[in-house]
Design a protein around this ligand. Structure first.
Ligand code: G3H
Ligand code: 13P
Ligand code: ZN
Length: 311
């Protein structure tokens, strides 16, 4: 029961044909909902923190929340920086106790991405921290991550061996058609992922852990609850769960999920407020919101990631 790196988790996931869930955290209820699910499912777990989450909740609070969850649940947890934008934010998280960081140089020209990633790897490895890099660009919008569809590009399999060898990264995020946020495909459009690219990357990097960002399935039951209670999310569409399952059976060892948790939490609070218009005790609506997060995460672990019982 401690903070761990993802090294062992990924080794077992690769061999076992499943993926570890990396869930974004911002506050106590989200941390509790996720960790209760991991305990219930006896699943390996990565909790990840974006720059926006660090700004919102502050580094020290997030550290203490994760430490409290470890103490409370007895889980081993990998604490990861999501979408580190530069060397300084990576260094700050490494020095501040994270066990894993992502340096997201995916918007840079190849050689600049290599140089920046190598700089972070050298520092991180010196402190026993692992590093995720990214090649290729996902579309989509979230707080501090905003890429227009026209600026996105699939990962070029011909570049991955060179990138991994020269940077020394421990895992690699790739772009095969997933995207950030709740609007991943247009209504009427057939969701599609480039499994041919994933397969080729798996062939070129045998045994090496691949990461999938933008992997929420945007669960329609929650979209409907939002839309039935004053929300307006028509056309919110995610990655079909069977596609994520297929990726998890291939080289993908880490699957990032944030939007599905936001959606479950927001839908549950909207419904509670609509049903209890006189409510003003936050505990009364945050408790069912936390339960919804637990149930979504348990569902993902059991039916999508395949990591239940693997802790
Ligand atoms: O990929 C980005 C994560 O979902 C975090 O989003 O920057 O809005 O916290 P955020
Ligand atoms: P979603 O927006 O699909 O949940 O993706 C989250 C993510 O990739 C975090 O890095
Ligand atoms: Zn992401």
């Amino acid at each position: 029961m401690s903070l761990v790196t993802s090294t062992e988790m990924f080794k077992k996931a690769y061999e076992g044909g499943y993926a570890v869930g990396a869930f974004n955290v911002n506050n106590m209820e989200i941390v509790q909902g996720i960790t209760e699910a991991a305990m219930q499912e006896r699943a390996p777990l990565i909790l990840q923190v974006s720059a926006g989450a660090r700004k919102y909740a502050k580094h020290a609070y997030l550290m203490k929340l994760v430490e409290a969850a470890i103490e409370d649940t007895g889980l081993d947890i990998c604490l990861h920086l999501d979408h580190g934008a530069d060397f300084e934010v990576c260094r700050s998280c490494i020095d501040g106790g994270f066990t894993s960081v992502m340096i997201d140089g995916s918007h840079l020209p190849f050689e600049e991405n290599v140089a920046l990633t190598r700089q972070v790897v050298d520092y991180a490895h010196g402190k026993g921290v692992v590093v995720e890099g990214e090649l290729g660009r996902l579309a989509g919008v979230e707080d501090e991550v905003n890429v227009a569809e026209g600026d996105s590009s699939y990962t070029d399999p011909a570049q991955v061996e060179d990138f991994v060898t020269r940077t020394g990264v421990d895992s690699l995020a790739i772009a095969i058609g997933t995207s950030h946020g709740a609007y991943k495909f247009k209504p009427g459009q057939n969701p599609k992922l480039r499994f041919d690219i994933l397969e080729e990357i798996g062939r070129r990097l045998p045994g090496f852990p691949i990461v999938l960002h933008g992997a929420s399935s945007v669960m329609q039951e929650y979209v409907e609850i939002v839309n039935a209670h004053g929300g307006k999310m028509p056309g919110a569409i995610g990655i079909p769960e069977d596609m994520l399952r297929r990726a998890a059976e291939m080289a993908v060892c880490k699957i990032n999920i944030d939007s599905d948790l936001r959606l479950a939490m927001t839908a549950t609070i909207r419904r509670h407020m609509a049903e209890h218009p006189d409510e003003f005790d936050p505990r009364k609506y945050l408790s069912p919101a936390r339960d919804a997060i637990r149930s979504v995460v348990a569902h993902k672990m059991k039916h999508v990631l395949g990591c239940s019982g693997r802790a």
